[in-house]
Design a protein around this ligand. Structure first.
Ligand SMILES: [Zn+2]
Length: 287
């Protein structure tokens, strides 16, 4: 059964570790992440962008697939199914479809409009026991066509959004989606500390977890980050393993063209990446 991310993130914040959000794209992705979470006895958040939701056939298809896998694979660790960077309409659609957690990304609106729309969703999520993530200060890089500059959030605005009663808050601290450029300045820990001081115990979310050095990840967790989003890293691992399989000509040997064989190395690569991240974030054994 899917659960809200609230309890797992509060536990993580108190225990000084972070829960990984791993974005899913299809059945292989979802199965790999769920099985790894179970093997590592770790709570997990499955992230679905609006684009990935559409790709998988729609939100009902996603909910059906995830619930079916949890049941058939005997997954007993806490699993939250979370809309990543949702629009206001997308958040409402996912709430109706049976997601247990949603993010409303109102960071591109003026703060007044972000507050107004987030407030409406706080009320809906409260009634249904769904966790809600809000964002202040855009995350750099590109996500589903939305390009953010990687700005640092205004701590006072973070407090305004946190006080609305959201479950967790994503604040831009110089992090970006996708691969980090060679001249990246690094995370702004001054911003993170200032945000933490304003929002108190609210679990903070670090987007763009791919390629952030391990020491920065650990420092961010020590400063209140309880959820870290990983997307690109699984994609790179899957692509590299699949490329290797084909370049070695294995799809041309015997029944190597069978999708269950062709996709197996990529599946294992996702599992290895997720395991590595769970170890780094400290969520192993915390289910
Ligand atoms: Zn993000």
């Amino acid at each position: 059964m899917l659960v809200s991310a609230k309890e797992m993130l509060n536990k993580a914040r108190e225990g000084h570790y972070a829960v990984g959000q791993f974005n899913i794209n299809n059945l292989e992705w979802t199965k790999a992440i769920l099985l790894t979470a179970q093997e590592q006895n770790s709570p997990v958040i499955l992230g679905v962008s609006e684009g990935a939701g559409k790709y998988m056939g729609g939100y009902d298809a996603v909910v059906g697939m995830v619930n079916g896998l949890i049941k058939n694979l005997g997954i007993t660790v806490p699993v939250a199914l979370h809309l990543d960077h949702g629009s206001f309409e997308g958040a409402k659609a996912c709430i109706n479809a049976g997601f247990s957690s949603v993010m409303f990304d109102g960071s591109h609106y003026p703060i007044e409009e972000n507050i107004q729309k987030t407030t409406a969703l706080v009320n809906a999520c409260d009634v249904l026991g769904i966790s809600l993530e809000a964002e202040v200060g855009s995350i750099g890089g590109e996500e589903d066509g939305v390009v953010g500059a990687g700005e640092c959030a205004d701590p006072a605005e973070c407090k305004m959004i946190a006080d609305l009663g959201v479950t967790m808050l994503a604040a831009g601290i110089g992090n970006i989606h996708g691969k980090y450029p060679a001249n990246w300045a690094g995370l702004s820990f001054d911003t993170l500390a200032a945000v933490k001081e304003q929002v108190g115990d609210m679990p903070l979310v670090l987007h763009g977890g791919t390629g952030i050095p391990e020491d920065m990840i650990k420092k961010a967790i020590s400063l209140g980050v309880a959820k870290i989003n990983v997307n690109t890293e699984c994609q790179l691992a899957f692509a590299a393993a699949t490329r290797k399989y084909i370049e070695e000509g294995k799809d041309l040997q015997g029944k190597g063209f069978d999708p269950r064989k062709l996709l197996a190395p990529g599946f294992e690569a996702i599992k290895a990446t997720v395991k590595e991240k769970m170890e780094l974030f400290g969520s192993v054994g915390k289910a």
